[in-house]
Design a protein around this ligand. Structure first.
Ligand code: CP3
Length: 347
């Protein structure tokens, strides 16, 4: 514990804490902005780095100096208010014994998938996230230093339901919704799996904060497939548990808890539902990044007017697509700066 605290103290002071203030509900002079999947294939420098070092996706994820470099690429290019550590949600299934690779042209490929509850026996239930994922923690500490206080650094994890979905259905959009079938045919075993994932996610998130993550995001990318009732039963309780237990474990370790974001709430009248006491994040349609400059800027303006400039973090609704022109990502980021400053100044 003491070593971790010393490490944290040694981090360079933050010169831009806008996103932390927005997350805590404090006043902000403009809307902070970052993008889901802001590093990756749409950036030519990402492809160049991968080719130059002749490495695969998970080689980069598992080499802290490489993960650090890729994390910084979008920060150098755009006026972003947060970095997110370069990694993947699928490192948790890997730790549980399911080999995963990302293959060019094929997407995510697992060694094996969970077919029936019998297969749960194949999982390394006692896997120690803190040792097995130490490469992520090292990457976070290294990146936090490399950022030199320019903006805060996100750690992240997949949510239990989204991880379960990948472990059963794999990476492809299979026509048979096997993971959802599990929830109906094997509800108890499904809960057992979700609980196991929940425990690993908590340890993982705590480890990331100890290593230097200043915000956390939990990706429940597949939540939309559940519908409201199944979401209430098989996703939300685990998300709540993760939020509660991560905070508790950090407090026990005398570490200040950090803001946690959850993706993805079913869309639109979010502000009305959430009220004024929750910070919202999102939800620019990534396809609008294909627009002409004027349309793109107008869409950003509309989004900011709808959400308001306080308790709000601008982001996409999903990750950046791989064929988006990076210049349009720049237009999006700069438009958030411009319109939110303008609206703030006039109100
Ligand atoms: O945001 C960032 O810049 C940080 C890095 C990040 C990646 N994946 C890198 C990545 C983050 C936050 C993720 C999260 C993630 N991974 C999610 C949740 C967010 C979302 O987009 O819904 C999910 C569902 C995954 C699982 C996953 N990993 C998929 C579906 C894919 C794409 C497979 C394909 O070939 O299209 C990946 C691989 C992946 N993760 C890439 C990157 C940059 C592409 C790797 C490459 O080909 O070089």
């Amino acid at each position: 514990m003491t070593t971790q605290l010393t490490l944290t103290e040694a981090f360079p002071p933050l010169t831009n804490d806008l996103i932390l203030r927005a997350a805590r509900g404090e006043k902000t002079e403009r809307v902070p902005v970052w993008l889901m999947r802001q590093a990756g294939r749409y950036l030519p420098e990402y492809g160049e780095f991968k080719a130059k070092h002749n490495v695969g996706f998970f080689d980069m994820v598992k080499t802290p100096s490489m993960a650090c470099e890729i994390t910084l690429q979008p920060i150098r290019r755009f006026n972003l208010d947060a970095a997110i550590i370069f990694s993947d949600i699928l490192v948790i299934p890997q730790v549980l014994g399911m080999g995963v690779d990302v293959v060019e042209g094929k997407g995510v490929i697992f060694d094996f998938l969970l077919e029936t509850p019998e297969d749960l026996k194949k999982l390394y239930k006692d896997a120690n996230v803190c040792t097995d994922l130490s490469y992520v923690f090292d990457a976070i500490t290294m990146t936090r230093h490399a950022l030199n206080g320019q903006c805060p650094l996100f750690g992240f994890s997949g949510a239990p339901w989204t991880l379960m979905k990948f472990m059963i259905d794999g990476g492809s959009h299979s026509p048979l919704p096997k993971a959802r079938k599990w929830l109906v045919t094997y509800p108890n075993e499904s809960r057992e799996l979700l609980q196991l994932l929940c425990e690993k996610v908590v340890d993982y998130l705590v480890g990331q904060v100890k290593a230097g993550a200043q915000l956390l995001q939990v990706f429940d990318s597949c939540a939309g497939e559940l519908g409201p009732d199944k979401f209430a039963e098989f996703s939300l309780p685990y998300l709540k548990d993760i939020a509660y237990r991560t905070k508790e474990k950090l407090l026990e370790a005398h570490i200040e808890p950090v803001p946690m974001m959850i993706e993805n709430m079913p869309a639109n009248p979010k502000r009305r539902i959430a009220g004024k006491h929750v910070t919202l994040q999102g939800n620019f349609d990534p396809c609008l990044l294909y627009s002409q400059e004027n349309e793109l800027k107008n869409a950003v303006k509309t989004m900011i007017k709808r959400f308001g400039t306080q308790r709000y973090i601008a982001n996409l609704g999903h990750g950046v697509h791989k064929d988006v022109n990076p210049d349009n990502v720049g237009l999006f980021v700069d438009a958030v700066h411009m319109y939110s400053e303008e609206i703030n100044a006039s109100s």
